[in-house]
Design a protein around this ligand. Sequence first.
Ligand code: HEM
Length: 142
Amino acid sequence: MNKKYILGGLIILIILIAFVLFNKSQQSTPITKNTQVVPVEKVIPQTKINTATTSDKTKITIATSTSYTIADIKKHNNEKDCWMAINKKVYDVTLFIASGKHNPQILKGCGLEATSMFSKIGKHNNAKVQGMMPGFVIGDLK
Ligand code: HEM
């Protein structure tokens, strides 16, 4: 009789332990299992991440926009690597050129402050062009 009670108690204990362990494993499974943390500099390519430490030793991160000098832009002056400055913004149009969606005239602006060239073309003022410009921005002109 006594043995039966001990056995019954043991079974209940085992079930309880199994239940607790199962619950724990469920909790430790992150809800965000399939989400990925993407660094801000990948989402917004023109941002640079700076870290700073506040007086109470808290680490903070600040996203600042990158700026380039004319000398930086000058180094990217060809069809395979083409940057240009237009209205104080710096554009990397290398992939745009490679896509073949622009006429070869654009090459004249590679490595230069190309605002005047760009503005001379009336069509650059249309909504389609203005809408695509931000996609090529890599930073500001210093
Ligand atoms: C970020 C830089 C640039 C972008 C995103 C851009 C974009 C475009 C787009 C989308 C068009 C076609 C517009 C349309 O037909 O509706 C166009 C036309 C044109 N672009 Fe650009 N462009 C850029 C820079 C330049 C530069 C530096 C030049 C140099 C002169 C240039 C010269 C031209 C010319 C000649 C046309 C043809 C205009 C016409 O068909 O009458 N572009 N551009």
